[in-house]
Design a binder for this molecule. Structure first.
Ligand code: PNS
Length: 169
């Protein structure tokens, strides 16, 4: 039974993330989407909101019944070791992602030598997509409907607009 972990901030989850998760679910027996803390980033959605949104998207797609979502606030390698996962799966969009992702993969491998990281290339339509693009565009009232899954579009939209309005007061 091969379990992989897809960790990330998912703040919020995008169509790009879901593409990687869907492809991982087709290759491995079990995929754990891990909503983890990135100490370098300020969060916009709470961990519980982020987990619930991913679960809502998964509930609409029976082909991803081998995917579960979990929350974790510690060191990623500790989670990997505890759940016996074979690898970390991440998307690598562009050269700009490479240094950061490479550094994390090397560090995780150093901390837990059996911990492998597998990088997926994104589908071409998601090359430019990121949670921060969604937040910037949505916060200013732009159309994010092609960036995020439709079943969570309205809650993302409402939260980003509210956050933007609170900041401009
Ligand atoms: O979506 P992100 O922000 O690129 O995801 C980064 C994340 C959450 C995977 C990374 O910050 C992480 O692994 N956080 C858990 C804490 C940890 O283990 N940090 C050391 C990573 S080398």
């Amino acid at each position: 039974m091969k379990t992989v972990v897809c960790p990330g901030s998912f703040d919020p989850v995008t169509n790009g993330h879901m593409d990687i998760i869907r492809r991982a679910s087709g290759l491995f027996d079990r995929v754990v989407v891990l909503v983890a803390a990135n100490q370098e980033k300020r969060n916009h959605f709470t961990p519980v909101e982020r987990k619930a949104m991913i679960e809502k998207v998964l509930a609409q797609d029976p082909s991803m019944s081998n995917v579960v979502v979990d929350l974790f606030d510690g060191l990623l390698v500790d989670y990997i070791a505890a759940c016996g996962a074979s690898a970390i799966v991440k998307g690598l969009r562009a050269v700009s992602d490479f240094e950061y992702e490479f550094q994390m993969a090397m560090t995780n491998h150093k901390l837990l030598p059996q911990c492998e990281t597998i990088f997926f290339t994104p589908s071409p339509q998601n090359m430019y997509l990121s949670s921060s693009i969604v937040r910037q565009v949505g916060g200013l009232g732009g159309d994010i409907s092609s960036f995020v899954p439709s079943c969570i579009h309205d809650e993302i939209w409402a939260k980003l607009l509210e956050e933007h309005q609170n900041m401009s007061r």
